[in-house]
Ligand binder design. Structure first.
Ligand SMILES: N[C@@H]1[C@@H](O)[C@H](O)[C@@H](COP(=O)(O)O)O[C@@H]1O
Length: 261
């Protein structure tokens, strides 16, 4: 696992957008897995700026979703489908045709989960999966004690995650769904490159456990330790509980820039 400590969220967004740009330059039709939440927004802003400046050609990129709420009506502005279309697909100048996600309003949720897992494989697998992290260490919506081998499936949100996400629902926790579809941890681990961005002090404990703690279902993000190409990008605040922070800084500083992430 590579840990990169950046001064702030904007720098993290720039760094990761540059890595996506490099990926698209050698694989224009790459499948990019995107995450929702506030953390990845600087990545999408930086990538959109690069596309608009003509530095990155994302015209053949394909985008796929990490997770989705169950039961929100189609077109609900906070469904992750709507969020990804608004924050990623449209700004990059792509259309819904290049986008795939699980169907959170399906009658048969189990079948929808299996279909999505299959579709990811049939699409050739995810080339680069962006991840945020929940304050409880979740990735996607894999809450603590999710199986580290799990596939795309329905999960029940913890109270903490519903409280954290109420800000997207008029600060009214009653509007936050209890159930979600999420790529499983086993599914996520199949992506060729995992890139997790965490910023702010509120993520420091989860980051420390993810990077320096044991691999444990209690901290789902710790499964990144099992992946051969996982990159964790953190700002100084999110890095504040890392015992090996100086080592990570020195290692990255000594790395030739051409290697990228
Ligand atoms: N399902 C999403 C996760 O993918 C995201 O990582 C997390 C953290 O969001 P934020 O970056 O806003 O803290 O929120 C939700 O739970």
């Amino acid at each position: 696992m590579e840990v990169v400590i950046v001064p702030d969220a904007k720098a993290g967004g720039e760094l990761i957008a540059a890595a996506i740009g490099r990926l698209l330059s050698h694989k224009p039709g790459a499948l990019l897995g995107v995450a929702t939440g506030s953390s990845p927004l600087p990545i999408y802003e930086a990538l959109t700026a690069k596309v608009r400046a003509g530095e990155v050609d994302a015209s053949r990129a394909r985008i796929c979703q990490l997770d989705e709420y169950v039961g929100l009506p189609a077109g609900h502005p906070e469904s992750y489908r709507s969020v990804v279309l608004r924050e990623v697909v449209e700004p990059l100048g792509l259309t819904e045709a290049s986008f795939m996600g699980p169907d959170g309003s399906a009658e048969d949720i189990q079948a929808a989960c299996e279909a999505y897992d299959r579709a990811l494989g049939e699409a050739g697998g995810v080339d680069l999966q962006l991840l945020g992290i929940g304050t409880d260490g979740h990735i996607g919506f894999n809450e603590p004690c999710s199986s580290l081998a799990s596939r795309t499936r329905i999960k029940t949100l913890t109270e903490q995650t519903r409280v954290d996400n109420a800000r997207f629902f008029d600060n009214d926790i009653d509007q936050v769904p209890h159930h979600v579809i999420t790529q499983g941890i086993g599914t996520i681990l199949e992506a060729r490159h995992l890139v997790l961005l965490a910023t702010g002090e509120g993520k420091a404990e989860a980051v420390a456990q993810t990077v320096e703690g044991p691999v444990a279902a209690l901290v789902p993000a710790s499964a990144l330790q099992l992946h051969p190409h996982a990159t964790v990008v953190v700002d100084e605040a999110a890095a504040s509980k890392l015992k090996l922070a100086d080592y990570f800084r020195a290692t990255y500083a000594a790395k030739p820039a051409w290697q990228g992430l």
